[in-house]
Design a protein around this ligand. Structure first.
Ligand code: SF4
Length: 222
């Protein structure tokens, strides 16, 4: 049997999602290889795929990732037509260390010296106050217990209303920041992560949107 010992450019790793950024990737941002527009924040507690356990789990710390393409997690820098990375010479640390046939090196840096939003937003930038307010009022630690309640045999109405209130507040604070700072959608995803109504999914939960208002509906079990 012959074991793989080099990259065969199958693109699987790039299609599964861009890398998490570490302190060692700061020079790439400073050099303009990519910008905040190319990043998405996974906030602490956000349900996200953990490639080491191969399960969706609440993120144990905040992560900054290279964004995906639209609704897909495929890395924005992956050129599927050529099976190539368009920033190959300047790719982030995790991409340089990843060898799918031997994950030892990438496992060694897992969770270490990861960048967070406040590493990338200047101390005097007024958007920091908005990020902090959003973190206080719309944290996953607040929302997840109400989501978990939906798994009980008889979910209570009060939990649904609490969850709806947090999701609505999430949208309101985003709208305020978008108006105040003229943010693009890509910038919003960096500064505030994904909206709760998108990241918090449950088979018994349906979200009805009307403009910037939302209403949660309980899907009855068959
Ligand atoms: S930065 Fe390049 S190597 Fe890294 S995941 Fe994206 S396309 Fe792949």
């Amino acid at each position: 049997m012959q074991f793989q010992q080099r990259c065969q450019r199958c693109g699987t790793c790039c299609k599964n999602g861009g890398p998490i950024l570490h302190q060692g990737d700061l020079p790439l941002l400073r050099q303009g290889i990519f910008s905040l527009q190319n990043l998405v924040t996974i906030r602490k507690g956000e349900p996200s795929f953990n490639p080491f356990t191969e399960m969706v789990e609440p993120a144990s710390y905040e992560m900054i990732k290279i964004a995906g393409k639209g609704a897909s997690w495929e890395c924005i820098f992956y050129d599927a037509g050529r099976s190539a990375c368009i920033i190959h010479a300047d790719r982030p640390l995790e991409c340089r260390l990843l060898q799918c046939w031997d994950t030892g090196e990438i496992e060694a840096i897992h969770g270490r010296e990861c960048l967070c939003r406040f590493d990338l937003v200047a101390d005097q930038d007024p958007i920091r106050d908005h990020i902090q307010r959003h973190e206080q009022q719309c944290t996953y630690a607040l929302a997840l217990p109400f989501l978990d309640q939906l798994s009980s045999p008889a979910p209570d109405k009060a939990s649904m209303e609490e969850l709806q209130g947090i999701m609505q507040q999430d949208l309101l604070l985003r709208d305020q920041a978008v108006c105040a700072f003229g943010l693009s959608l890509q910038q919003e995803l960096f500064y505030f992560g994904r909206p709760l109504f998108q990241s918090l999914q449950h088979p018994r939960l349906r979200v009805a949107m009307s403009g910037s208002s939302l209403r949660l509906e309980l899907v009855r079990s068959a």
